[in-house]
Design a binder for this molecule. Structure first.
Ligand code: SAM
Length: 256
């Protein structure tokens, strides 16, 4: 069984011997692999849709892991009982949906010590939620696979969460000459990723600039107040990204 680089990166973040829930598991590849690798002693593959649920059930039956991987139909964390798992993975959906799942299932998070989250978009939304809920972001990876760029965020419980988060999101001087990044910039770009400034990270944000410039360009020359304000907001965002990229150290080796 072979996982994509993206799913493999997530699997690497699962501590050995965990009790895992993979929410939005689709074919249950991640929990199956995690059990086969000894990362998980037991895993739940949660799915809200019947098609992926059937595919997950088939995958688990074919690998003979029915005693160790429980496939369940349910919306978000409704698929698990409180205290049943200690690690949760949620991958391959938007950051807003990940945050909705975690918020609606908040009482199921008691006893969970690690979240491994891979939003396809809206990573900043996830970071802001983690910070507001007292989780500590302990690792970030950015990777490219098949022409797409993904971020994997790892967050842990900590008794020293306030102190750890204050340090993580403190104004940070980066580059030479140093430029101070604000908390908002660190939440947008990722406190670990921006400090590391890997080539894939640069590529991600250069692509984002190109996308925003296309959108701004397509807004044309409309004089309506709404269009002018939207275009100005896009241009401010483009400048904000360029400012950060300009101050980052160049020629760093990729961590992927
Ligand atoms: N996690 C896998 C991965 O990263 O390769 C599958 C990602 S797939 C794009 C997203 C999956 O999440 C779909 O199978 C979808 O049915 C499921 N999903 C979406 N909303 C969900 C929810 N509220 N609860 C559980 N599963 C959900």
């Amino acid at each position: 069984m072979k996982l994509s680089v993206r799913l493999n990166t997530i699997c690497d973040r699962i501590p050995a011997g965990s009790r895992l829930a993979d929410i939005g598991s689709d074919h249950a590849l991640l929990p199956t692999y995690a059990v086969l690798e000894g990362k998980a002693d037991f895993a739940v593959a949660g799915e809200v849709n019947r098609g992926p649920f059937d595919a997950a059930s088939k995958q688990v039956a074919e690998t003979g892991l029915g005693q160790k991987v429980s496939v369940r139909l349910g919306d978000g964390l409704a698929a698990i009982e409180a205290g049943e798992v200690d690690v949760i993975t949620i991958a391959g959906m938007g950051g807003a949906l990940i945050v909705r799942i975690l918020t609606e299932g908040r009482e199921k998070l008691e006893g969970v010590r690690r979240l491994i989250l891979q939003p396809n978009v809206g990573e900043d939304i996830v970071r802001r939620w983690l910070l507001a809920e007292g989780w500590v972001l302990t690792g970030e990876t950015v990777l490219e696979e098949d022409g797409k760029i993904y971020e994997v965020l790892t967050a842990d419980r900590s008794e020293r969460a306030d102190k750890a988060n204050a340090e993580l999101y403190a104004d940070t001087p980066v580059g030479e000459p140093p430029v101070t990044l604000s908390r908002d910039q660190l939440l947008d770009f990722g406190p670990f990723l921006v400090r590391e400034a890997s080539p894939v990270f640069r590529l991600k944000w250069e692509s984002e600039i190109a996308k925003l410039e296309r959108v701004a360009g397509s807004m044309g020359r409309s004089d309506s107040g709404d269009a002018v304000e939207k275009k100005a907001a896009l241009e401010r965002r483009i400048e904000w990204i360029k400012e950060v990229l300009a101050c980052l150290p160049k020629d760093k080796p990729s961590s992927n």
